[in-house]
Design a protein around this ligand. Sequence first.
Ligand SMILES: *Cc1c(COP(=O)(O)O)cnc(C)c1O
Length: 412
Amino acid sequence: MHHFQQRNGTLFAEGVSVTELAEAHGTPLYVYSAATLKRHFEAFDSAFASMEHLTCYSVKANSNLHVLRLLASLGAGMDIVSGGELYRALLAGVPAGKIVYSGVGKKPAEIRQALEAGILMFNVESTQELLRINEVAKAMGKVAQISFRINPDVDPKTHPYISTGLKKNKFGLNIDLSLDAYALARDLPAVEPVGIDCHIGSQLTTIEPFMEALDKLLIFYDKLKAMNLDIRYLDLGGGLGINYDEEQPPHPKEFGAALTKVLGKLPLKIILEPGRVIVGNAGILVTEVLYTKQSPTKSFVIVDAAMNDLVRPSLYGSFHRVEEVTPQGRPAQDVDVVGPICESGDFLAKDRQLPEVRQGERLAVYSAGAYGFTMSSNYNSRPRAAEILVDGEQVIVARRRETFESLVAQEL
Ligand SMILES: *Cc1c(COP(=O)(O)O)cnc(C)c1O
C-alpha cells in the first residue's frame, strides 16, 4: 500500500497530506489513490495477458463515477448488479459491449435497460429469470446473450455472509440441474446461451476453491459442447482476497498463472469480475477523535465515522487496520474505536492496541476502498461522507459531502 505512507511524521496519500485533506474537506472522509487503483487494475489484468480475456470490474465494490472513469480509461469492462450500476457504468464511458449483468433479482425494467444499451451478457440465476429475459428481449425484437451462473457447491472458506457458491446459498443454479436450463435456453427464441458463469464468494485467500470450482465447470463445459451449444465465454467471477490484517492472499499473478495453466488452450474468452482486489487497499477512511472515555473494563475512542460510513466491522466483524494520521508516540492501550451511532454494534475496531490518542487528532482506517462508501447509509440522519480521489499532487472531490438538505430532498 505504498501510496499511503508516512512522510515527515504524517500520513500522505500520494503527494497530498491527509491532514490537509481533512482540514479542507472535513471528516469522515474517504480518500482514494489513483496510482494504487491503476497499479491494482494493471497487475490483475496483465496476469491474464496470455489468454483472451475481459476484466469486468465489479461496480458494487466502489461505484464512484471517478473511480469507474479511471478504470474504464484503462480498458476495464464492468460487472453490474442493478440498473443503477448500469447507469453509472455507461455514464463513466464503459462500452456496453464490455458489461456483464449479474444478480438474482433483475427486474423487467432493468432487463430492458440492459438490452437497450446492448450489454455483452446476462448472468442468469434462475429459469424464471431466463423466461423473463426471453420475454422482454422478444418484445424488443432482440436476442439476449446469456450465461447461467452455476453454483458448483464449493466452500470458499470465507465469511458466511460473503460465501456464495455453496448449495445452501441463494446464488446461481445447482450444477446438476443446469443442463436442463441450458436445454431450455437453447430452445427459446430470444435468448442465446453463450457462456458459463460462476462466482463462489469474496475475500478468498487461497486459490484452491477457485480451482475446485473450475474443475467442475470444465466437466460441465464438455457436457454443453456435447449438446452442440456454442459456449464462448467462461466467467469466473470475482472474489480474490486482499490483505486487511495477517491474510496472505495469492498475488493476482499467481492466480492468473494457475488459471492460465488450466484454461490456456481452450477456445474460450475468460471473464473476470474482480472488485475488492482492485479498490480495497486503494482507499482509506479518515476520521477525527471526538472524545475518549474509560469505563472500569474498557477504554473507548469515540470518532466521527460510524457504521453508517463503514459497516463492514459491524456486519461481518471485519478487521480494518486503524492508525494515527500523525503518530504522537504515546504508549499503546487496549481500546474500542466506536462511532456516534446509537447501536452497540457501531464500532470500527474492537479490543485493539492503539497508541493513546486525544480529542481532535485523526485516525486512518485502512483498506476501506471496497464495500466502504458503497455500503454506507444515512442511518441516524448522518449525511454521507465526502470522497476524494488523489492523483499525484492533484485532489479531485469525487463526491461532495452530503448536506442536511440532501438528507430530506426526496421527502419535500
Ligand atoms: C460481489 C461480486 C463480485 C466481486 O467480488 P469481489 O470479492 O469484490 O472481487 C464479482 N461478481 C459477482 C457476481 C459479485 O456478486
